[in-house]
Design a protein. Structure first.
Length: 132
């Protein structure tokens, strides 16, 4: 059940902040020759041992914030699986780094949350206003 304790405009503002966070994690930079977009998740994942652990915290924050915003359990479970898969496979040297660049779990999770929050027409309207 969606959290009704927060006004729709506040939920939309939080969603917009999470979208910006996901973009910085998954597509902050453009690789010139290849045209690929990579973010901090892909770049920090190149650091052996700690890179994927560092990017787990903001990814987990997205899931926690989704819970605070009242996302249903099945949506939270799907978001959690995306985050765990990204962290576990991302920990594999080289293969994991390529996976991080393509999978973009944070953007997937925010899309799941956006779909969930847009079930409430007031949030959808406030979100469109927050983005313009």
């Amino acid at each position: 059940m969606l959290s009704t304790s927060l006004p729709a405009a506040e939920r939309a503002a939080r969603l917009a902040r999470l979208e910006r966070l996901a973009d910085s994690l998954d597509r902050a930079f453009r690789v010139p020759v290849l045209g690929l977009r990579v973010g901090w998740d892909g770049l920090l994942g190149l650091v052996p041992g700690i890179g994927d652990a560092l990017t787990f915290a903001p990814a987990a924050f997205i899931v926690v914030e989704a819970h605070r915003l009242g996302a249903r359990k099945r949506v939270l479970a799907r978001m959690s699986v995306n985050t765990v898969v990204d962290t576990v496979i991302g920990g594999i040297p080289l293969l994991g780094d390529l996976f991080d660049i393509g999978f973009k779990s944070n953007r997937r999770n925010v899309a799941l949350l956006r779909d969930e929050l847009h079930r409430d027409p007031l949030v959808a309207q406030a979100h469109r206003a927050a983005l313009s």
